[in-house]
Structures are given as structure tokens and as C-alpha cells.
Design a binder for this molecule. Structure first.
Ligand code: ATP
Length: 326
């Protein structure tokens, strides 16, 4: 592998607030180091179907505060095939791109690993997902903003829950990980968090709800992580209706509003540090690693470790929600 002269940057999978701050940091750090930068549109789709443009420092002006991604994002089935990746490689070479920075989640980094193994391309990944479900990093870009959005929403739901003395089940995202639900519950003072990492039996749920309703305000808020195997908040509401018909449970699914919004300062800083480090890593000769953060320090995480996430949910945090809602 020769010297890197030109890098391509793309965002892939679900969008996350802070992706723009990451694109800006990657672009400007690369230009600062005399590298050419190519912005690749719609994730891997832009590589496969040749949607790319040369980026200047100005291409990333005035975006640090914007949610979403100026490069757009997509799910690209073709890239999961050998033929699709061959097209991507040919386009990349024709554009003179020597290395890639991929900003995305689990699937995007799996795609990056496979592409790098097949074609011997230096690729550095950035963890861009609100779900915080990647290995080797304490936080992902977008997680803090989504958490703040959840807290703001739950604060508002609390007003109506208190006034009507109702039980609210608030479903949050997380893609099989309970970080948003658990930390959202701690930060909003919810009565419970139902997370995929821990089975919740119906009698435990009854206990949780009763505890909430013993309080003077006579309302309860339970944060529920999305979970196709249990039906998420709707599934839980059905179980409550059958087992505890005395409670008038209401469901709010926060959905995609958790993905939007201007990134928090924490996400902008994380994205800027990680984006700059991605270029440093490539220039140092690192390849096929994700930039992670552990105890405040940036670290290199091999793609295989980043995409094999085993939950780091602290059971004590579950206990904290319980203790603090008595
Ligand atoms: P989020 O966590 O927000 O869902 P993600 O990066 O996990 O983001 P995916 O839809 O799983 O999102 O993956 C994004 C893209 O990465 C896919 O559309 C596909 O182009 C590519 N990709 C995923 N898995 C593979 C794979 N096994 N081989 C090649 N490419 C893949």
C-alpha cells in the first residue's frame, strides 16, 4: 500500500446527530494534512453507483450544528454482494480514493471490514449511531443527543401523566440495547426501564407499577426499549391490560424524533475528536479499526471487536432506577 493522498468519507445506516460534525472534522483534518477529500453520497450506495464529489474546506461550512448528515445515508443491499463491492472498488479507484472513513453503526462497520479484507484498502470507522451498541467504546456519536431528546420528551409526558394520574409506557430506540431506555429513565426520574438485557416478568412489572402509583403524584412512567421479540411498549401495554386492567396505560412511541435535532455539545466534541483522529490513524498506518473512546481517551478498536458488542449495562444502574423511584 502506497502513501495515502486522497480519502473518501461516507455516512451509512441510521443517521445520528453529530455525523455532520464528524464529516467536518474528517474533511478539515485531511485538508490540513494536504490530503484530497471526496464526499461519498448515500453511504455505500454512492460508492457502488458513483455518487461522489470532491470536498473543500467550504463544503463542510456551517454544518457542525446540524442534525442528520449532509452526505445523506442509505441502506445499500448491493454492497452486501461481491458484485456490488467490485463496482464500489472500481469507482473508488477511478476517483483516486486511497482510503475510506466510514461513519455508521454495526452493519456499516461490518461492511467496512468485509470490503477492507477483500480489497486491501485502509479503512477507519467512526461509531455513528444513537443506540450506543458498538463494542470497544463507551459512547457513540449521537447517543448523548438522543438521550437528551428522550429526557425532554419524558419531562413533557410527565406533566400529562401527573395531571391524569396515569401510567405511561414510553418506547425508545436502542436496537436490542437498553442504554437509551436505562439512562433515559435515570435522567428523567422514570419509575422503571424495561430493557432487552434483562427479562421482565409480569409480576416484576406489577411491582414496579405499584411502586410508582404509591407516590403522591399517582402516576408512573416506564421507559421501554424497542424489542421486536416482545412487541416493545405496545406488547407490554397489552400484557398490562390483561393482568392489571385497573391501570389506564398509555403508550408513546418516540420513534424517529430521537434521531433528529442539533447535536449536543458533548456529541459535537466527541465527533470532532474522533473525526480528527480518523485521519491521524490513517496517516499513522492504522487500518481496519474504529475510533472508540474509553475513559475519555481515544482508542483504536478492531472492526471485529467493534461489531461484536456484548452489553456493558451495569445491573447496579437498574437498581438505581428502582431505588430512586420509591
Ligand atoms: P444503525 O445501527 O443505525 O442501524 P447500521 O450501520 O448498523 O446503522 P445497517 O443497515 O445494518 O445499519 O447497515 C448499513 C449498510 O452497511 C447496509 O445497508 C449495507 O450497505 C452495509 N452492510 C451491512 N452489513 C453488511 C455485510 N454483512 N456485508 C456488506 N455490507 C454490509
Amino acid at each position: 500500500m502506497g502513501q495515502i493522498k486522497s480519502i473518501g468519507v461516507l455516512t451509512s445506516g441510521g443517521d445520528a446527530p453529530g455525523m455532520n460534525a464528524a464529516i467536518r472534522a474528517v474533511t478539515r483534518t485531511a485538508i490540513y494534512n494536504n490530503l484530497n477529500v471526496v464526499g461519498i453520497k448515500r453511504g455505500y450506495y454512492g460508492l457502488v453507483y458513483n455518487e461522489m464529489e470532491a470536498f473543500s474546506s467550504k463544503s463542510v461550512s456551517n454544518i457542525i450544528q446540524q442534525g442528520g448528515t449532509i452526505l445523506k445515508t442509505a441502506r445499500c443491499k448491493e454492497f452486501a454482494t461481491k458484485e456490488g463491492r467490485a463496482m464500489a472498488y472500481a469507482n473508488m479507484k477511478a476517483m483516486g480514493i486511497d482510503a475510506l472513513v466510514v461513519i455508521g453503526g454495526d452493519g456499516s462497520l461490518t461492511g467496512a471490514r468485509i470490503f477492507a479484507e477483500e480489497y486491501d484498502i485502509p479503512i477507519v470507522g467512526l461509531p455513528g449511531t444513537i443506540d450506543n451498541d458498538l463494542g470497544g467504546t463507551d459512547e457513540t456519536i449521537g447517543y448523548d443527543t438522543a438521550l437528551n431528546t428522550i429526557v425532554e420528551a419524558v419531562d413533557k409526558i410527565r406533566d400529562t401523566a401527573t395531571s391524569h394520574e396515569r401510567l405511561f409506557l414510553v418506547e425508545v430506540m436502542g436496537h436490542m440495547a437498553g442504554y437509551l431506555a436505562l439512562n433515559g429513565a435515570i435522567a428523567s426520574g422514570a419509575e422503571a426501564a424495561i430493557i432487552p438485557e434483562m427479562e421482565t416478568e409480569i409480576d416484576q412489572l406489577g411491582d414496579l407499577i405499584n411502586r410508582g402509583f404509591r407516590k403522591s403524584k399517582n402516576s408512573a412512567i416506564v421507559l421501554v426499549a424497542e424489542n421486536p421479540s416482545t412487541g416493545g411498549a405496545m406488547g407490554l401495554a397489552q400484557r398490562i391490560k390483561e393482568e392489571f386492567p385497573e391501570y389506564d396505560a398509555r403508550v408513546t412511541i418516540l420513534g424517529h424524533l430521537q434521531r433528529g435535532g442539533s447535536p449536543t455539545a458533548a456529541d459535537r466534541i466527541l465527533a470532532s475528536r474522533m473525526g480528527a483522529q480518523a485521519i491521524t490513524a490513517l496517516l499513522e498506518g492504522q487500518r481496519n479499526v474504529m475510533i472508540g473512546i474509553k475513559n475519555g481517551e481515544l482508542v483504536y478498536v478492531p472492526f471485529s471487536k467493534a461489531t461484536h458488542h456484548s452489553s456493558t449495562i451495569d445491573r447496579h444502574d437498574v437498581e438505581i432506577v428502582k431505588i430512586l423511584s420509591i
